[in-house]
Design a protein around this ligand. Sequence first.
Ligand code: SAM
Ligand code: SF4
Length: 337
Amino acid sequence: MTTANEHQRPKLVDGMGRTIVNLRISVTDRCNFRCTYCMPADNVEFMDRKELLSFEEIARIVEIVSSLGINRLRLTGGEPTMRKDLPVLVAMLSKIKGIDDIAMTTNAFFLKDQARALKEAGLQRLNVSLDSLDPEKFRHVNRRDCLQQVLEGLRTAAETGFKSIKINAVAIRNFSETEIMGLIEMGRSEGFEIRFIEFMPLDSDEVWEKNKVLFGHEIVAIVKRKYDLVPVNESLDIGPASEYQFADGKGKIGIITAVSNPFCDHCNRIRMTADGKLRTCLFSTAEYDLKDMVRSGAADAEIAATIQYAVQLKEPGHKINLDDFERPRRAMHAIGG
Ligand code: SAM
Ligand code: SF4
């Protein structure tokens, strides 16, 4: 539904005619997990803390992007809940004119303690990453033995009353096949949409190969052995996931076919790393240094012009499936997934 507000809002449109409404903000590259598809097992080199944007610097940039037309934010990382006083940032962002929606992607480990404060500060929606409900498989893929804490965090978040909670599971061949139905049953009984994300070449270990991706159509086939699914047609307009409704009306699933059928034509997002670099694609090889501008005294108009320039040049699409694909230098935890 279009509101009166939206008609008055400025529009940030890229060179391909896509309207950019969404900024993903990484608040830290640190994480308490070491998921195999994201970080190395050990010896991670993290950003120097003084390189991280302060809350005031983040809020200033959000005011600028909001004046350009962005109205949706997602906090991510690294693990965003590891950033000290995160609810303070959420409260600052939720007061910014033009920001209608603030979401966060998290591994849920700290949600038991933080969910309430984050909700009260203005966080509206959550995506919780959870690849398996089996403690051994969880430990294997996330390299931490803490499924119970994650489930407790999820439970607390559910009780806290967020507008929506979705579960993200990375789809990995020879791993996820056996985990899918357990996650689906939990989603159906507890009201979470489960979203499967095809494993992308953003792992620090650089072990990604196309044959390690469990493809979206294979996931749908597994679910269909038990449940009839009805595609939700308009889902591409609101996000990267193709959504399917269970025919019995009991919930939805989402499939993010980032590798087998990229959604780049519909991409409506840009990203900012914890050290203040603007990236116009998850797979960008170029970055724009907003932190340097903020710290060297640039005026809002100059920063806005840089953002508009970057958006004009936003990549038409990623090249995972092409011969000239180049891996970004940063791994997922340092970009902000
Ligand atoms: N630490 C938080 C978490 O895990 O939810 C937020 C950051 S994490 C980088 C954001 C999302 O990216 C998570 O849902 C994670 O599963 C996903 N992700 C990480 N590496 C990925 C990869 N190589 N391919 C696909 N998704 C990935
Ligand atoms: Fe940490 Fe999230 Fe990366 Fe896992 S996916 S290592 S929880 S940043």
